[in-house]
Design a protein around this ligand. Structure first.
Ligand code: GLU
Length: 449
């Protein structure tokens, strides 16, 4: 069956990672069934409704690759399909809500009270057949026993969430409402409204929440709660999509890296897990590293240049060959692009700051003549390539009667400023003879006699 599903965020200026996962599950289900993924902006609260807040949602979904299928083409509210259409905005659909409220009033299913309009809620328990949670029986609470009816239009004329949400799901012929479990408490109201309109409600699938790794509720302020963070830190959208899909949904087998095409093929609602999922940033970062390892050189290059620029390192001052050669020594070595400036920023500045602990250990008076001897040997090299550079280290070490490591550590520190980084002989070759020797000289000048 071709599903018609929707993602219905309110523009709060923030796209929570849980919301992003809800959007993803809806999109996956639409693509799996060959159906429609509708984006509906629930913006009836005019006070919070800004273009900027809407853009946060649109850019986030675009970044994840979640394309929506349907909606009015700009300036036209009739609902065209595909192409540049959509999203739907509730603020442009006010007549629908009014018409539906009038129908309820006319049939005696709603009434006016002190300027507001209230819906007559049935007194019997309501059964919610949920695809994930199972069957939920919702009785009226003690307070609701007194007055179960609820406001659908406020006295200032504003239609309320429950009403607009249901009217749109109905008119958009939504077949499955896939949303966060926090909405389960609203669903009996929604089912009652559907029935009042004489329509069978859609199927419901309430997705368990995303918790922090320690099991606490993930709030807006928690690290990694906002999708924007991942966009800004240069994560690969494929990695995040892969991670989020497997966060609370599990295909058979224990695979962790699944390309989106395969996820679409396997995805189904009943396999969404019933328990809350814990957000494991370390695992996401590992997965991100896997996607970086496999990305094309061109894309790696482009993303890396951006990461350096964000850290204030301008790679455009260097030749393209130099930048590419430098980046070749980083591929497969990083999990996040944001690690790059610390890992390989030394390629793009001559202002090397030595890690103080490593400097105390490696820039010793004992090492000074060794370093000077190595410098001399490197200067004589004709082909400044990794292999001859490596042999030079070994020959000089032998001659001095020390292990190669004795030379490796101070030279690395001289060239990079810190004890970790790309393979040493390769990075020296990339720096080139002039730059590498200058750095060793500068280090020598630092070392006290
Ligand atoms: N606007 C609601 C929200 O952002 C939509 C809930 C739903 O998906 O029905 O939570």
């Amino acid at each position: 069956m071709k599903a018609r599903v929707r993602f219905a965020p309110s523009p709060t200026g923030f796209l929570h990672i849980g919301g992003a996962r809800t959007a993803l599950f809806n999109w996956l289900y639409a693509r799996h069934t060959g159906g429609m993924f509708i984006l509906r902006i629930e913006d009836t609260d005019a006070a919070r409704n800004t273009q900027e807040a809407v853009n946060v949602i649109l850019s986030g979904l675009r970044w994840m690759g979640l394309d929506w299928d349907e909606g009015p083409v700009s300036g036209d509210a009739t609902g065209a399909s595909k192409g540049d259409a959509g999203p739907y905005f509730q603020s442009q659909r006010k007549e629908n809500y009014q018409r539906r409220v009038e129908a309820l009033l006319a049939r005696g299913l709603a009434y006016e009270q002190e300027g507001a309009i209230k819906f007559k809620m049935p007194r019997e328990p309501i059964i919610i057949p949920d695809v994930i949670v199972g069957e939920v029986r919702r009785e009226l609470t003690d307070r609701e026993q007194q007055d179960p009816d609820f406001v659908i239009v406020r006295s200032d004329g504003q239609p309320v969430f429950h009403l607009v949400n249901v009217v749109d799901d109905l008119e958009m012929r939504i077949t499955h409402v896939v949303r966060g479990e926090d909405h389960l408490s609203n669903t009996s109201k929604h089912i009652a409204l559907f029935r009042a309109f004489g329509v069978e409600p859609p199927k419901y699938a309430h997705i368990p929440l995303i918790l922090n790794i320690d099991g606490t509720k993930m709030s807006k302020r928690d690290q990694g709660a906002s999708l924007t963070t991942y966009m800004e830190e240069g994560y690969c959208p494929e990695a995040l999509v892969n991670y989020l899909a497997l966060l609370g949904w599990s295909p058979k087998g224990n695979r962790e890296k699944l390309p989106v095409a395969e996820i679409i093929e396997l995805f189904d609602l009943p396999q969404i897990l019933r328990h809350n999922a814990r957000f494991d940033l370390a695992k996401l970062q590992w997965l991100n590293g896997e996607y970086i390892r496999e990305m094309s050189d061109d894309r790696f290059y482009e993303q890396s240049v951006r990461a350096f620029a964000r850290a204030g390192l301008d790679t455009s001052k260097y030749s393209v060959e130099y930048v590419k050669a430098a980046l070749d020594t980083c591929k497969g070595k990083i999990k996040l692009f944001s690690e790059l400036p610390a890992y390989a920023g030394f390629y793009f500045t001559d202002d090397i700051k030595y890690d103080p602990e490593a400097a105390a250990r490696d820039f010793t008076s004992e090492n000074k003549p060794r370093l000077a001897r190595l410098r001399e040997a490197l200067e004589k090299l004709e082909a400044f390539d990794p292999d001859p550079i490596g042999s030079t280290f070994k020959t000089v070490a032998q001659e001095l009667g020390v292990k190669t490591g004795v030379l490796v550590h101070p030279v690395r520190l001289a060239c990079c400023g810190n004890p970790a980084g790309p393979s040493l002989y390769h990075l020296i070759a990339v720096l080139g003879k002039k730059r590498a020797l200058e750095r060793i000289e500068k280090a020598l000048a630092q070392i006290a006699r």
